[in-house]
Design a protein around this ligand. Structure first.
Ligand code: SF4
Length: 480
């Protein structure tokens, strides 16, 4: 029985109990949200190592990390290391988007070792097995989906909303169809002259999903790939189909979340979330970014985390991370770390803005540690404790600095928090002389001696800059 069927029957499952504990809510509330289709528990009946979690706008905003190999880089150990890195840095779910070799082995290893739900995009394996997108048969597609369900995959991206009638709507686009799954299905439709097999076989897929309790992640194969294409007829025609498919899946007692864009100008993000919620009956919205500008390859974890924050604030339930390598190459371990940090910030910022119960306690605790100059506590509370410690210790590595009333950012003389505290203690903010006295006292300490700012020792000529060659390498346009 699926979590949705159990919830509709009034049963609070073990998974719901565990989620209630993790989220700090009543088990009955979890059950009701699942029963109403407003939240999903991706928990394949065969995924034994799973610690159950929930995705829904009434719960903490979640973050997904994509990992996976390509033809160019393929090994199981490397993928397990990426899984480990993703979970270590806080991914709530992980999607295995492998398209290279050893797909079955990598998928099984990921499911076996992962405490978080694993998602896949089965059309990728179907292409590999068929040899060419246009050669995929309905039987092959269902076979791949069933095999992955048996392997314990918790949710699958199914691009069933890419309809034959939608394809002409993409003709005038600046960047066409940018979703891998979307482009594969568009090729299949055009070369076979038939409707999307994921659409025509949708109810068969529902039956497989019901057996293993796999959750649909209805893919947005026609998502915009640039700001100019955001909110066009193709995107919204597909969304209408996803709304229809959401209800079909619910009729089969199968859980559903819906994927969203992509690239969207900041001022359109909230209205896009609201539209999805309305069209899809409140099914959880799982967004990729969106990137709010197209001009920053190399920094798209930032351009997209801005959009993701706004999407989370407007009601998106899960944010799919984007790494600095987006548009440029397959992410490595360090990219996974940077992407996850950006997205955990986005998710938490959205939770704080939405007044999620207890969300701001974390901020308040860290702020208190910061104002108390309790550096160790500040590191421990940091979103990425290793990074915070490492950056602090680059300039002030000694143990004595873990109690210092300053850091190297402003230096001992200009540490505003120290000045403020001293002034408050003295009871009169206007006594500048007192600050100077205290500063003198601090300068006498061993920590302060080492940290003396190099006042007056720098002028612009001392600041290292790029030499002429480097400047031309990095500053010139590629097409100059
Ligand atoms: S020196 Fe500046 S950055 Fe460092 S603790 Fe003091 S106020 Fe904060």
């Amino acid at each position: 029985m699926t979590q949705l069927a159990a919830a509709r029957n009034g049963t609070v499952t073990e998974e719901m109990e565990r989620i209630a504990e993790r989220e700090g809510v009543e088990p009955g509330f979890v059950r009701q949200q699942v029963a109403d289709g407003q939240a999903v528990i991706p928990a394949n009946v065969g995924h034994d190592s799973l610690d159950p979690m929930i995705i829904g706008r009434e719960f903490a905003t979640k973050v997904n990390a994509n990992i996976g190999n390509s033809e160019e880089t393929s090994d199981i150990e490397g993928e397990l290391e990426k899984l480990h890195t993703a979970v270590h840095y806080g991914a709530d779910t992980v999607m295995d988007l492998s398209t290279g070799s050893n797909l079955d082995e990598i998928r099984s290893a990921n499911v076996e070792h992962s405490p978080v739900p694993i998602g896949t995009v089965p059309i990728y394996e179907a292409v590999k097995r068929a040899g060419d997108a246009s050669e995929i048969t309905h039987e092959l597609l269902l076979d791949v989906i069933e095999k992955q369900a048996k392997q314990g995959v918790d949710y699958m991206t199914i691009h069933a909303g890419v309809r034959m009638e939608h394809l002409p709507l993409t003709d005038g686009r600046k960047t066409g169809i940018v979703s891998r799954g979307g482009s594969i299905l568009a090729q299949w439709i055009e070369e076979n002259g038939m409707e999307n097999p994921l659409y025509t076989k949708f109810e068969d897929i529902c039956e497989i999903f019901r057996e293993y309790d796999v959750t649909f992640s209805l893919g947005d194969g026609l998502r915009p790939g640039c700001l100019a294409d955001a909110g066009d007829d193709a995107q919204f025609a597909e969304l209408d189909t996803l709304g229809e498919l959401t209800r079909t899946a619910w009729d089969h007692d199968v859980q559903v979340m819906v994927e969203g864009p992509g690239h969207v100008p900041m001022d359109q993000v909230a209205e896009q979330v609201e539209r999805q919620q309305e069209v899809c009956g409140g099914a959880p919205f799982y967004v990729l970014g969106p990137l709010v500008t197209d001009v920053a390859p190399g920094y798209d974890h930032i351009t997209s985390a801005i959009g993701a924050t706004e999407a989370g604030r407007a009601g998106a339930a899960m944010l799919c991370y984007v790494t600095p390598k987006e548009h440029l190459g397959l992410p490595e371990k360090s990219d996974v770390r940077d992407g996850l940090a950006a997205y955990r910030i986005a998710a938490h910022a959205a939770d704080v803005a939405n007044g999620r119960e207890g969300a701001r306690d974390w901020d308040d605790a860290l702020s208190e540690a910061r104002y108390a100059f309790d550096w160790r506590e500040q590191f421990d509370l940091a979103l990425d404790p290793d990074r915070a410690r490492e950056y602090h210790d680059q300039t002030l590595p000694g143990d004595n600095y873990k109690e210092a009333r300053f850091c190297s950012m402003c230096g001992v003389e200009f540490c505003s928090m120290r000045i403020d505290q001293d002034a408050r203690e003295a009871g009169e903010m206007e006594t500048i002389e007192a600050d100077v006295d205290d500063r003198t006292a601090l300068e006498d300490s061993s920590a302060a001696e080492v940290n003396r700012p190099p006042v007056g020792t720098h002028d612009e000529a001392d600041i290292p800059g790029p030499d002429a060659d480097t400047a031309s390498d990095t500053g010139g346009r590629a097409d100059d």
